[in-house]
Every structure is written in C-alpha cells, then in structure tokens.
Design a protein around this ligand. Structure first.
Ligand code: SF4
Length: 435
C-alpha cells in the first residue's frame, strides 16, 4: 500500500510510469493499491443547467463553481471558460502567477500535491486567451527541495511544453511587509505579479484542521519564516497572508486530496475541480465539506476580519457544471467519509510551536507504530506518556522528543526536521531499552 514518499520510492519506475494521473483513480496498475474512500454515485441535488446560467456573465465573488470528471485538464479549461476568467483578469499584458501546492516530493495521486493536469488546463486557457506573461511559483516544506517536488509532481515538462517558467520561491529575494501588527517576510516573486491564481489541494491538516486557498499562500514565505509562523501561533500569521500576498482567483484541486492529513497517504477520490474568486469563502466551504465549523479554523475568521473575503457560506452560490463534459450530468454524492485519524493521534503528543514539516513527519510514524501495535506500549514506557515536539522545547529538558528542538531531552530523534526513519528508529530503540 502506498502511504508515504518512501512507499512510492520502493515501487519500480515501470510501475510509476504506469500511474498516469488521468483516470488514475479509475484504473490503477496491478500491484499498486491506493486506500481510497469509495465515492457514492447517488444523485443528491437537482443538476444545475449552468450553460444558460453563466453564459455572458463573469463569476461573482459569492459563487463557487464545481466540475466533475476524469479529464482534469479539459475540466479546468471548462470551469475557467464558465467563470470568464479572461474578463476578470483584463489586460493581456498582466504578469500572472500560478501557485500550485507542491508541499512534498510525492505524486498527486497520494493526496498531497496539485495535479499537473489542473495547472496545464489553466496555462492552456490563459494562452488561448492571449495571456503569455505567466510564471509558476512555489516553495515546499521546510528542509525540502522544491525542485525535487517540481519534478516528482510532473511539472518540469511544462517549462518546455508551454514556455512557462517556474520560480523556486525558496530562492527568491524577500521583503518584510508590516500587516495588522505583524511583520511578515514575503517572496518578491509573489509581490511582483499583477494577478495570482492559487491552485491548492483541498485537504485536511493535522494542525489547522483544513488547508486550501488561504494556507496555500504560505509557500510564498521562506523556510525560516515558515518556522517563525509556528511560534506566532500559526493562525495569526496565516490569517494575515492574503493582506500581503495577492490571490485573485482560486482553482481547487479536489481530485483526490487526503481529507485528514496534508502530506497525503490516504487520498479520497472525488474527481472534482472547484473555482472561485474569494479564498475566504472557498476555505469556509471546505470547512463545510469537511464538517468543521469555520470557528474551528481561526485563520479563516482572521482573514475575513482583515477584509480578505467572506465566511458567509449561507449567502454563497455553489454552481455545479456537470460531469465528464456533460453539463447536465448529475454531480456525485459528496457525503465525504472522514477518518479524523490525526486527531486521535494528538493524544500521544505534547506539541508547542512545531513546524508542519516536523509534525507532518511524525504523524505517519505514529500511525505506523499504532498499526504495528507498538504505540500504546511506547507511551506506557515514557514517564510522562507523551512525545514532545516543537520549537517551544528548545533549551528545555524532558524524556522523549523528536527534532533538534528537543536535543536536550533524555532521548531525541535528531534532525530539523528528522526523517521518518530516524523518528521511528529512535522511538522503537527507546522502547526496547525500557523493556
Ligand atoms: S526540529 Fe524544531 S525547528 Fe526543526 S522542524 Fe522540528 S519543530 Fe521545526
């Protein structure tokens, strides 16, 4: 079962080649099993006849469009035509930024990263409408190699195919910008665009519950600033992001995001692309889909208070544009099945200001220990029954921790962040010494 980057690396390159994203979730190669929730096909809502409804009308900020199918590039082009994105952008000479989510070097089928077909659809649409000043930009998790993510996710071919450059925002120059009482360090590549299209994956998040439009822009801050975000309470700086990084339009990859964990491993196939103008409204809608109250994700409310959009999901218009090229085809049932497994694992942790990279690495380690029946035994053997993680433990002592921030603990998995193997080996070795 593919559950992590390591699992993906273990499969042969031949098998990887067979995992072409288009229609992937309908025809998996033999020997590759992806744990997915089976989507229902029942009709729950009357289909919306959107051709008449949207023709000649630019998208409004309270609207969210959704389209279903397996030709992700065609679906994306279609949704942008319906939204009349070209009219929303205006001047053909504008510098357009495209910001996908390439958080980790894992293929999109694992539920963490943006499908390249969606970005291909955006580029094809823009070029067909006379926009040629386009740049893709992103930076991955702290300690990672963005260009590795770029290649593993299949974006490298776009540079030649479409003549669209990619900027590694980790290597961009940065500017400090003051916003609502905080100074944030922002990549100049993001500052220098006239129109930014965010292309997040709709996912669950082990620390913030959901991640989609707003948090996707965290890729436009450097690694040291990403770490500092966690010491600032995470929600406070994320809620301010849209005041310093523009996001004029959002295309959401809702194809197979992991609805529980931002680094993927349990993709839930939905085969949907969504689009909207208001990132705050989109994140509020994601809360609704994932059955969270917006108040449980504080950065959304902070962004609304700063004038970056609206959480008024009751006043939103969700418009479904059909399925597999059939505008009148009914949309599938969207009663998403959620596991909330990362929430269960939180009891095993004492976390203070941990970076996503560290926390996100520990979650699959805890899952593995749980699956192997070792987690309970480990926690029983730790005197305070928790594993410590986060910048809040720098310079402090304790029993068991992961990451260099817990270097003074009795036992600590080294690294910033440590690898999955180092975390696992350190925790298992500790357990054995206490036998
Ligand atoms: S060791 Fe500390 S600073 Fe490094 S990634 Fe982990 S929490 Fe962040």
């Amino acid at each position: 079962m593919i559950k992590s980057k390591k699992d993906f690396e273990r499969i042969s390159s031949e098998e990887k080649d067979m995992t072409t994203p288009r229609g992937l979730h309908e025809s998996l190669p033999r020997g590759i099993i992806i744990r997915t929730e089976v989507r229902g096909t029942g009709v729950t809502q009357k289909p919306v006849k959107t051709r008449e409804r949207t023709k000649g009308k630019k998208m409004k900020s309270n609207e969210i469009y959704k389209i279903f199918g397996t030709d992700y590039t065609a679906m994306t082009r279609e949704i942008l035509e319906r939204a009349e994105l070209a009219e929303l952008i205006g001047d053909r000479d504008k510098k357009i930024g495209i910001k996908p989510n390439l958080v980790s070097p894992t293929p999109p089928m694992m539920g963490a990263t943006t499908h390249p077909e969606v970005v291909a659809g955006i580029i094809e649409y823009l070029q067909a409408h006379g926009f040629n000043n386009i740049t893709m930009m992103e930076s991955c998790y702290c300690g990672g190699d963005t260009m590795e993510c770029f290649e593993v996710c299949g974006y490298d071919r776009f540079v030649e195919k479409y003549g669209v450059p990619f900027v590694d925002a980790q290597k961009s120059t940065y500017t400090h910008i003051e916003t609502a009482g905080l100074k944030l360090k922002i990549a100049d590549c993001a500052k220098n665009v006239d129109f930014m299209i965010g292309v997040p994956v709709m996912k669950g998040h082990c620390q913030t519950r959901i991640t989609c439009a707003i948090k996707n822009m965290k890729g436009m801050v450097p690694a040291d600033e990403k770490r500092r975000f966690h010491t600032l309470g995470l929600h406070e700086p994320i809620g301010r992001l849209l005041t310093v990084v523009r996001q004029d339009f959002v295309v959401v990859d809702h194809i197979c995001g992991d609805l529980d964990f931002e680094e993927g491993g349990n993709p839930v196939t939905c085969n949907c692309v969504m689009a909207g103008i208001d990132p705050v409204l989109i994140d509020s809608y994601v809360c609704k889909l994932l059955r969270y109250d917006v108040s449980e994700v504080p950065y959304i409310g902070i962004a609304e208070k700063l004038g970056c959009g609206s959480t008024n999901i009751e006043g939103a218009s969700i418009i479904k544009l059909g399925r597999n090229g059939e505008p009148d085809a009914p949309a599938p049932d969207e009663n998403l099945k959620l596991t909330r497994k990362t929430v269960d694992l939180r009891d095993a942790l004492e976390e203070v200001d941990s970076c996503s990279a560290c926390y996100g690495t520990l979650v699959p380690v805890l899952e593995r220990l749980k699956e192997e029946g070792l987690l309970e035994e480990l926690l029983e053997k730790i005197p305070d029954h928790v594993i410590h993680i986060g910048q809040g433990f720098q310079g402090k002592t304790g029993h068991v921790g992961v990451g260099n921030c817990t270097a003074l603990f009795e036992v600590s998995a080294p690294g910033c962040p440590p690898s999955e193997e180092d975390m696992y080996d350190t925790l298992v070795a500790y357990m054995k010494t206490k036998s």
